[in-house]
Write a protein that binds this ligand. Structure first.
Ligand code: NAG
Length: 311
């Protein structure tokens, strides 16, 4: 089961790599209308010249969750170090003598593992969307540099569909053909929603009534600003940004609700069934599952927000 998850993660990473760094797949070639005002914005140049440099975006998207989640988990662990039942399901599950993993470390890896999986998934979704739609950037005609004389649209608004209509730099044109949805908006939206939900469930009201909401709002605002920056620099249309944020947010909500289940601590059913007579078999199944994630059938739903509460 554990290996299976590692394989899925590796496949997702490989696919994301192919989309991101190779020309294995090329975007659909869309035509355009001569002098379309929505496509004639000035060329903002390569991504590195933008106000939000890719290096910064990718460091935040990759590093912030690691810092935030391991930090919060460490604080929860230290605050409740002496209470017996903070991680009670883990003491059942990890009791076997094969290996012992600190429950705090287990939780941290689970939440970060799901996060990274979602990050790759968002990247793949968005890259595939960009290639399939081949939607044109607002600055497309500024890098395409079509010869309007040769295309016969000196005074009419022809639709140009020839694939060789452009005379500009091939790399710039390729960049201008991958815009819908916006990858930057999707990744920042995904990170913001995932972390905001983590903060709401796990920080709750400990550390002041406003800490959690304030932190969540800041994350979401940073993602919004990322999207606005994309539009302000004419790198994306507003529809690209909205679609990107919707995809990223939806993947985050899906993972939080169905996979990490609001970051709840998981509880083994055999614990609560101990008087029903089936306890022995359940106990046995739980035992054989130690060292890996408890599968969902051994969990019972709890009320959200119980992350730091000792029940
Ligand atoms: C545009 O096309 C016309 C007609 O084919 C040609 O005479 C002209 O030199 C071209 N202009 C440029 C800038 O390539």
């Amino acid at each position: 089961m554990m290996y299976f998850q590692v394989v899925i993660l590796a496949v997702a990473a490989m696919l994301a790599y192919y989309f991101e760094f190779t020309d294995t797949f090329s975007p659909a070639l869309q035509g355009f209308i001569c002098r379309d005002p929505s496509l004639t914005k000035p060329d903002p140049g390569p991504e590195q010249d933008g106000r939000l440099q890719p290096v910064i975006l990718f460091s935040v998207v990759g590093g912030l969750p690691v810092l935030l989640i391991s930090g919060v988990e460490l604080v929860i662990f230290l605050l409740h170090y002496n209470s017996d039942n903070l991680y009670d399901q883990d003491t059942v599950v990890v009791m076997g003598d094969c290996c012992y993993v600190n429950p705090m470390v287990r939780r941290t890896f689970r939440f970060l593992g799901v996060y990274i999986f979602g990050l790759f998934t968002t990247d793949i979704f968005v890259s595939a969307g960009q290639l399939v739609t081949g939607s044109l950037a607002p600055y497309f005609l500024s890098v395409c540099l079509p010869n309007y004389t040769a295309l016969g649209c000196l005074d009419t608004a022809n639709f140009v569909s020839q694939s060789d209509a452009c005379t500009g730099d091939a790399d710039d044109i390729m960049r201008a053909r991958k815009t819908f949805p916006s990858k930057e908006a999707a990744l920042s939206g995904y990170t913001a929603v995932y972390l905001a939900m983590y903060v709401i469930s796990c920080v709750g009201s400990s550390g002041g009534r406003l800490t959690g909401p304030l932190l969540s709002l800041s994350l979401v605002s940073a993602a919004m600003l990322t999207g606005i920056n994309r539009m302000a620099e004419y790198r994306n249309h507003w529809s690209d940004v909205i679609a990107g944020q919707a995809i990223g947010g939806a993947i985050a909500v899906f993972l939080v609700v169905f996979v990490v289940q609001y970051f709840k601590k998981r509880r083994v059913v055999s614990h609560s069934l101990s008087d029903s007579g089936t306890a022995d078999t359940d106990e046995a199944s739980a035992q054989t599952n130690h060292c890996m994630d408890v599968s969902d059938k051994y969990t019972v739903p709890q009320s959200p927000g119980s992350c730091t509460e000792v029940t």
